[in-house]
Design a protein. Structure first.
Length: 367
């Protein structure tokens, strides 16, 4: 379906963000009209764009998404990279080295879909100095491509489809920056984990299914914030190793937490600075008295239990003893005895006292 100037004129009367689903091509005059709408413009199905249309979009300011494209020239990219806060393109079947160099000179946030990340493309993109650089569309890349991409100057690197992280790739990727997203990585070896432990930022391994005892040991002592929501169970040895981690730890994939595992997970270490350490256990939907008692001694600054919808009076008494900031935003109701017991909790919840928090629960239930 063609996006004509008549259609563009009607749609452009609406406020941004604008999305143009179903249009596989666009008239140059339509591009000229739409480019005047500064803000977020999304073309999920656009399969081609003329050089003239790209030139019109050079006048657009804001966020531009062209995710339906399978190829694009360097000359078109020279226009599209002008004045954009964020640019999302592809998944591209091919990208010339010249086009990669154009994108490497782009100083905005870039999300790029590629079927394959060659070393020559990686070299061109290594000069990218926008804050965010995100890739999707491929599942593997060479160690040399990893080293080249790691030279970028930005803060966030995302490689969305990558399934396996080699030690050499880990060494390169985690040598700089503040935030790394590898949400499809399914394997993490000991050597790669050692490089992760030296990183000082945020690491997202959202679907990593498990940690071996050795890998957990390699991660222990690191100071990054680790997001490991894909892990659904851990043994006592892994829990003990993770207790040595000195950054935030998200284990929201755990559906149950026996007290002996909880005790290992919250082991207190004498020289740790717990002011910046937090633990997310948002996958737990209920707590036994024994586990609640253990978690009440958690030494970190925050403990998130947002999966709980209610808890018993005995659990309330244990949680009220906690000396960290509790996350209980999934809580829907408490019986009178549980509510009374929990009001003795001395720390804030969402900038409220425990008494105010319980009062809001009751008000929401009454409404």
């Amino acid at each position: 379906m063609i996006l004509t100037s008549e259609i563009a004129r009607q749609i452009s009367k609406k406020s941004v963000p604008l999305s143009f689903e179903g249009y596989t091509s666009i008239e140059d005059e339509a591009a000229q009209l739409i480019a005047k709408k500064h803000g977020q413009l999304t073309f999920p199905d656009l399969e081609e764009i003329s050089l003239k249309a790209a030139e019109h979009f050079s006048r657009h300011r804001g966020f531009l998404e062209l995710t339906g494209l399978r190829e694009i020239s360097a000359e078109a990219l020279r226009h599209l990279t002008k004045g954009k806060v964020s640019l999302k393109i592809g998944t591209l079947d091919t990208l010339s080295d010249e086009a990669a160099q154009v994108l490497g000179a782009y100083d905005g946030n870039l999300t790029l879909g590629l079927r394959h990340l060659s070393e020559s493309i990686a070299k061109g993109l290594s000069a990218h100095h926008g804050e965010d650089l995100v890739f999707y569309g491929f599942t593997e890349m060479s160690d040399e491509a990893s080293r080249l991409i790691a030279k970028r100057r930005g803060e966030l690197l995302g490689i969305i489809g990558l399934k396996r992280l080699t030690p050499a790739a880990a060494e390169a990727i985690f040598s700089k920056g503040y935030e790394v997203h590898l949400p499809r990585v399914k394997e993490l070896c000991y050597e790669a984990a050692e490089h992760l432990s030296k990183f000082r930022g945020e690491i997202y391994l959202n679907t990593l299914p498990h940690l071996s005892d050795w890998t957990a040991e390699a991660l222990s002592g690191g100071k990054a914030d680790l997001y490991l929501e894909g892990i659904t169970e851990i043994n006592k040895s892994v829990a003990y190793s993770l207790s040595r981690h000195q950054g935030g730890l998200d284990l929201s994939g755990l559906k149950e937490l026996p007290p002996e595992i909880a005790a290992a997970l919250i082991t207190r270490w004498e020289h740790h600075d717990y002011r910046l350490i937090g633990l997310d256990l948002n996958g737990l939907t209920e707590l036994s008295d024994q586990t609640a008692e253990v978690l009440s001694h958690y030494p970190g600054s925050s403990l998130s239990l947002n999966g709980l919808k209610t808890f018993s009076p005995s659990v309330a008494r244990f949680l009220a003893r906690s000396k960290c900031n509790l996350g209980l935003f999934g809580l829907r109701e408490l019986c009178d005895d549980a509510a009374k017991a929990f009001t003795k909790y001395r720390y804030g919840i969402d900038q409220m006292t425990a008494k105010e928090f319980v009062g809001r629960l009751r008000a929401n239930k009454a409404a």
